[in-house]
Write a protein that binds this ligand. Structure first.
Ligand SMILES: [Zn+2]
Length: 738
């Protein structure tokens, strides 16, 4: 192979910006126009904003200054309150309640006209979830009921009644309102606040729902998520069918006026989705994540995880993520600005993970205006560098199976064992969270792959697939994983992966026992602290553990039998007391029970851990467990580096995309005392980062620039590999290669 060694190239800031602004646009505009042909307007949207009106806003709202504000953010679209609970225009639809303060105004119409004058698309923001008493009196069948027949009222605004999704409020009243708005105003789409969400199902006892339970479910389902119940399982499918039926209907109604109009529902929930996001992604032309911020001990990367979940089902189609510019902590303050650093890092994760940011404020007459510049400065920077945010595909060669069924339905109560550990809170997402944390520490580049999307077409770009306790898998999914491994793909799996079907019915053995080289041989053991793994022999997954024969053990493990003779690398040292000190010694210091089985067949490497090392890592923060997971990921990747590698100090999340003009490396700096408890107050810059970035064969890179710092970087290309140093990252950096 001929090696090309282009001369060192360093552009000045001005030269680099000139390159960004002109050649990229020239290179991509013609192509984009061709691509945009036949694509709906929202498919190429890069920024949007929302002012959420309140009932009193018609008294004071200055529509032109609001339209000017959104235009100053260079948004493509604004979301404006049309109606639903309250109409902000003089509606003629019966029982569509007009704002008490509307008077002779048409606030929605005025705001739409002002926005259109500035070439902004308008999406009517609706609310289908509540209505007033006049509607309740005229149409009692529209509303949800408790078991005793009483209506459900809003817990704060208790004059509002909760509407039922199975009623004609959703199939007749809301479409009538959409049609009225479509006829009167130049809207480009509709969005519903709060519906359907990705959270748990609600159970209503209205007459419609009783009929659904009688005819389609076979009885009233449990009120809580409980996949052990036959009724719940049936209801889950019936409920999802209804959500999709309503979504499709509303999308059709939106499109009655023009084919590229759209209905977008409200999703979100980060990694903790109960409703089937794969099915939602199949009807959604546009996926909106109402994932506006964090509170309590939620980790900062919660937003990037939202992006990965949404990407796993939208696969490059439009995803927006709402950032609340107000303080949506606990407690919530709707009318004061959130820490600007926190809001900026949330928007950075939004764009790094390939979503479109949606900036949100409530109330038309703010007394706190500090939030305005937070959105404006970030959005203007995005707009100045827009082509580099037009992604074509992720360049990651590592996949994490998004185990939605396990996250939605996994039951800790099914455990055998009888643990002696401390009382535990149980989060079904802890396994994924632990793996995720280790991947961040290892600076790995990875994508989520939804468990219902394990086709060869999806998996072919990945060298390894990681399964963080994917306990609930279908037979078909297991067969697809088997085919992937047979084709040379590598796997890392933990704990109860494939032990149950998709609803949690236990199998006699792991469905993937043949791949793991392990059979279930007894009850689950745990939770127990103070158990260990013994290092039996050297192996690449045990790198950097010189000086110890013991590693911390998982809190819970499956008792297994190895199905074939193989080297014992890590063995289990069972629990012994941690208190009092006199009693702390191993009763069984050495066993031949494997804590891990490591196998290689051709190119396929398989690492199976019998314990919940991922969850134990997350709960304990133990550094050895993090190191063990990182080493194991490296081993299943064939001990070779990924197409992109980045080394340097600091905690950061990294993404790499092939973009319209070339490539982009996104680095989000989490190195912050507020990484695991909000809000971020200020940033702490991380120092030089060394990058190796493989580009397509034959692709010659002519410039590398840091978009946030606004300067060119010195680089060197050798064959496919472009090497450069990123001197520093304050909050977020995007390195554009073209
Ligand atoms: Zn109902």
């Amino acid at each position: 192979m001929m090696s090309r060694e282009p001369e060192m190239l360093a552009l000045t800031r001005r030269e680099f910006l000139a390159v960004s602004a002109t050649s990229v646009l020239i290179a991509s505009t013609g192509e984009r126009r061709a691509q945009e042909k036949g694509k709906p307007w929202y498919a190429t949207m890069r920024r949007c904003g929302q002012i959420n009106f309140n009932e009193r806003d018609p008294l004071t709202m200055d529509v032109n200054s609001w339209a000017d504000y959104w235009a100053s953010l260079k948004v493509d679209a604004v979301l404006l309150n049309g109606g639903g609970i309250l109409a902000f225009y003089p509606t003629q639809v019966p029982y569509h309640h007009r704002s008490e303060f509307l008077g002779t105004r048409d606030l929605f119409g005025e705001m739409t006209a002002a926005s259109k004058k500035l070439n902004l698309r308008v999406v009517a923001r609706m609310d289908c979830n509540y209505a007033y008493e006049e509607a309740f009196k005229a149409h009692p069948e529209w509303f949800e009921r408790n078991r005793d027949g009483s209506p459900r009222r809003h817990n704060e605004s208790n004059w509002l009644y909760k509407t039922c999704m199975f009623s004609t409020y959703f199939t007749e009243q809301m479409p009538a309102i959409y049609r009225e708005i479509n006829q009167r105003y130049a809207v480009d789409g509709f969005f519903t606040n709060g519906w359907p969400s990705t959270g748990g199902l609600t159970v209503c006892h209205c007459e419609n729902c009783q009929k659904v339970y009688r005819d389609q479910v076979g009885g009233a389902p449990p009120e809580q998520t409980d996949a052990t119940s036959r009724l719940y399982r049936k209801y889950y499918d019936v409920y999802m069918d209804r959500v999709l039926e309503v979504w499709r209907l509303w999308d059709q109604v939106a499109k009655e006026k023009m084919p590229d109009s759209v209905y977008v529902g409200n999703l979100g929930g980060g990694i903790r989705a109960v409703k089937d996001v794969k099915r939602l992604g199949e009807v959604a032309g546009w996926f909106n994540a109402d994932h506006q911020g964090r509170s309590g001990d939620t980790v900062i990367w919660d937003c990037a995880q939202q992006g990965r979940v949404a990407q796993s089902v939208m696969k490059g189609r439009t995803i927006t993520n709402v950032t609340g510019s107000y303080s949506n902590s606990r407690p919530t303050w709707r009318h004061v600005t959130k820490s600007p650093a926190e809001a900026t890092l949330w928007m950075a994760q939004t764009t790094a993970s390939g979503m479109v940011p949606w900036f949100h404020w409530l109330g038309g007459a703010p007394e706190d205006n500090r939030w305005r510049e937070v959105g404006r400065s970030f959005f203007n920077w995005l707009a100045a560098n827009e082509p580099h945010f037009r992604n074509r595909r992720s360049v990651a060669d590592l996949a994490v199976l998004y185990p939605q069924r396990t996250i939605a339905f996994y039951q800790s109560g099914e455990r055998g064992g009888g643990g002696r550990g401390v009382a535990q809170s149980f989060e079904t997402s802890d396994y994924l969270q632990g793996l995720y944390y280790a991947l961040l520490e290892g600076r790995y580049f990875f994508d989520f792959v939804h468990q219902a999307d394990l086709t060869p077409e999806t998996l072919k770009k990945y060298r390894a697939l990681l399964l963080p306790n994917a306990a609930y898998l279908t037979d078909k999914e297991c067969e697809q994983i088997r085919q992937y491994a047979a084709g040379g793909g590598s796997l890392l799996a933990t704990f109860e992966t494939s032990r149950y079907n998709e609803w949690g019915d236990p199998r006699r053995d792991f469905a993937l026992a043949d791949l793991f080289g392990a059979n279930v041989a007894g009850a689950l053991i745990g939770p127990f602290g103070n158990s260990y793994m013994r290092i039996e022999q050297r192996h690449p997954i045990l790198r950097d553990f010189e000086g110890t024969a013991l590693l911390p053990g998982a809190e819970n493990r499956v008792t297994i039998r190895a199905s074939e003779a193989g080297p014992l690398v890590l063995s289990v040292v069972p629990y012994y007391p941690a208190f009092p000190p006199e009693m702390v010694f191993p009763r069984e210091p050495r066993t031949d029970e494997p804590a891990a089985i490591l196998r290689q067949k051709g190119d396929s490497r398989i690492a199976y851990f019998t314990g919940d090392i991922d969850r134990t890592f997350w709960r304990s923060g133990n550094t050895d467990l993090g190191q063990l997971i990182r080493n194991s990921v490296r081993w299943v990747l064939g001990d070779a580096r990924q197409p992109v590698s980045i080394t340097g100090e600091g905690m950061a999340e990294v993404f790499a995309w092939e973009t319209e003009p070339g490539y982009a490396l996104h680095i989000v700096n989490y190195n912050n005392p507020n990484m695991t408890r909000g809000f971020v107050r200020r940033f702490y810059a991380i120092g030089p980062q060394q990058v190796e970035f493989d580009v397509a064969a034959g692709k010659r890179i002519s410039s590398v620039g840091a978009l946030r710092a606004g300067r060119g970087l010195t680089f060197k290309q050798s064959d496919r590999t472009v090497r450069f140093e990123v001197p520093s990252v304050l909050d977020y950096e995007v390195i554009a290669l073209m």
